[in-house]
Design a protein around this ligand. Sequence first.
Ligand SMILES: [Ca+2]
Ligand SMILES: [Ca+2]
Length: 264
Amino acid sequence: MGFRKLAIGVTLTIAAQGFANVSQATPYRTDSPLNLVDYVISQQRELQVAQVKATKFKVRIENILTKNEFTASNGTKWTLDFSPGVWLISSNSSPLFTPGQKDRGQGIEAIAEDGNPTNLAKVLHSQKSVQSSGVFNTAVGATKTGGIRPGQAFEFTVTALPGQKLSLVTMFGQSNDWFYAPKSGIALFDANGNPVQGNVTTQIGLWNAGTEVDEEPGIGTTQGPRQKAPNTGVDENGVVQAVQDQAAYAQTSRLMRVTITPER
Ligand SMILES: [Ca+2]
Ligand SMILES: [Ca+2]
């Protein structure tokens, strides 16, 4: 083989490798029918995303206690109500508070101390991370606003997309500053994007807002039912923490039933 032949051979080999590489990078030509298949698949995907409709859920919060269910250390019998509160839909798993951290000053205090959801509802309404929010303040069948006594329930409807969660806050009515809320949002869809259904009460905890020093539940003079005016009591450290009390009233599922029902 002469030098010229060798040079042509090497050039052809390099050229062939070049084509091979190009061929790997572009498996078919731009006018190939395969491109049309790709296009149709991508259009179908876009259509599927657009077709993921928001799901409506009915949320029911029931007071499953009885009247005078609890007895204080001085023998006084007391009944536990749950106050008017707020609900919200968000993708943020801690939209209201973080255990062990300072209360955010957005209005949980007024609910936890006085059962008044107005401040928090207003703040949530203007938060971009909150998809939607609202107040629950009238028991099913009641004509006046107020909390739910034993046997009564709050009901409201929320709308959510897969990935969004439900949160809510309601006061432990016989406390200085305790409230019920999920630690993080309650998932409304499973991992496959299907709506969740049923009893979600185990996700609701009892929290101490840290805004007013605690007295014994049911008899404290600066607690909601007995204080002379809202926001009456001794200031606390301001840190939100789980209520450590092991009494029956700290076991949410014994007092409250929260159920979620998708509306299809
Ligand atoms: Ca407290
Ligand atoms: Ca108070």
